[in-house]
Design a protein around this ligand. Structure first.
Ligand SMILES: [Zn+2]
Length: 114
């Protein structure tokens, strides 16, 4: 078994993953940094999506084309939750703003009253 951090061969117990505490700490810090960066990137995308919805949805309910939303930077892959209503319509929410895909490239944006 080689150390996950420095790649040196580990002497001693076969279940050890690191040659010493310094290597273990260095490795764990890097792992945490990656997760932090990933979360930051996702949070930024959610924040951007949210800002776009608040800017576009002035009247509480707005119909806009999907391609228009994409052209101003909206990323349809990022949302916080999905709500399916009794009538079967599905809304994707970014916090309290939701949208439903309509026919012919249109999107209905709503602000959640709940
Ligand atoms: Zn090491």
């Amino acid at each position: 078994m080689n150390c996950l951090e420095c790649g040196e061969k580990i002497i001693g117990r076969s279940d050890k993953k690191f040659c010493n505490d310094a290597c273990r700490n260095a490795y764990n810090n890097k792992q945490n940094k990656d997760s932090t960066n990933l979360m930051r990137n996702i949070n930024n995308k959610l924040r951007k999506n949210y800002r776009i919805l608040t800017e576009v949805n002035i009247d509480g309910k707005t119909k806009i084309s999907k391609s228009k939303l994409e052209s101003i930077g909206f990323d349809f892959d990022y949302f916080t939750n999905i709500k399916v209503y009794k009538n079967g319509s599905e809304y994707k929410f970014i916090y309290d703003y939701g949208y439903k895909l309509l026919e012919e490239d249109f999107v209905l944006i709503v602000k959640n009253q709940a």
